[in-house]
Design a protein around this ligand. Structure first.
Ligand code: R5P
Length: 282
């Protein structure tokens, strides 16, 4: 049975469709003091696949409760799909006294599951933080489908670590060059500086590809540089469209024609599903 977290209901339904598994109808309640109570009253069977993006602290609590609820209801095999894993970027103590938050969350999740499936985690090494087997799904290729016909396309990563994603989208699109910018982020202020690559962008359609758009600082800096260098149409593509606060507006004002994201985070721009790729991993 597929068990959706409250923020992953569309993806869980698509996954139920792709796998032929039944879709449970959890309830997501709260006690008067604010404590959460996620439950799965219609759970039946031995095997549970929980699908829960951890986009915030509440989602982490919900995930742990869903794991415990299905175990209590008789599940003997639990798979936890975390389409977007929050805290994955705090995968080391960057300053004295900081936690490795990714490890803390992964350990908690590991206590309630037999295996974990992650979709394009920020760093693949985050798998080492779990105490159960972890499978990775690379779903970046789906980002090519919603793109329009592009003129002399360039698929650009805002930093070197995302160049593999840009290559995957370019390959799935079936044309285009790939390149990356050098990115520097001030760890105290969060301010992002992008240094232009050598690629020619003038008159070309450019798709900037990243794993996540959070505040939109990285993407809007990259778009600003491309605008200044007379690129033609500009698209922002990411697997995880977190788009916190005014990120979407920042991108529009920077000159983005369209934001393309997947349903690992359910937002207005989540126009393609990772369900088929996740189904393959189950
Ligand atoms: C960082 O290395 C990631 O790949 C993203 O570029 C970054 O997390 C995006 O965050 P923001 O939108 O806040 O700049």
């Amino acid at each position: 049975m597929i068990i959706p977290g409250s923020g992953s209901q569309a993806l869980a339904a698509a996954l139920a469709e792709a796998t032929g598994e039944a879709l449970a109808t959890p309830t997501y309640d709260r006690f008067p003091d604010g404590e959460q109570l996620a439950a799965v009253p219609d759970f039946a069977g031995d095997s549970a696949t929980i699908v829960c993006s951890t986009t915030g602290d509440e989602a982490w609590v919900e995930l742990l409760q869903l794991q415990d609820a299905v175990r209590e209801a008789g599940a003997t095999e639990i798979t936890t799909v975390i389409p977007y894993m929050g805290y994955a970027r705090q995968d080391q103590a960057f300053k004295q006294g900081q936690p490795v938050s990714a490890r803390a969350m992964a350990r908690a999740v590991s206590t309630g599951t037999d295996r974990v499936v992650l979709v394009n985690p920020h760093e693949p090494d985050v798998a080492d933080c779990y105490d159960v087997p972890v499978d990775h799904v690379d779903a970046a290729g789906v980002l090519a489908a919603p793109l329009p016909a592009l003129d002399d396309p360039l698929f650009l990563a805002p930093d070197e670590s995302a160049v593999g994603l840009a290559e995957t989208v370019s390959e799935a699109y079936g044309a285009g060059d790939t390149d990356y910018f050098e990115k520097h982020r001030d760890r105290d202020t969060g301010a992002v500086e992008i240094e232009p690559s050598d690629a020619t962008v003038q008159g070309r359609d450019v798709v900037v590809v990243d794993d996540i758009i959070a505040t939109g600082s990285t993407m809007s800096e990259a778009i600003g540089v491309l605008e200044a260098r007379d690129a033609d149409r500009l698209f922002a593509a990411c697997v995880h469209p977190m788009l916190v606060r005014n990120a979407a507006t920042k991108l529009r004002n920077a000159g983005v024609e369209r934001i393309v994201g997947t349903d690992t985070v359910e937002r207005e721009c989540s126009c393609v599903s990772v369900a088929a790729a996740v189904a393959d991993a189950l």
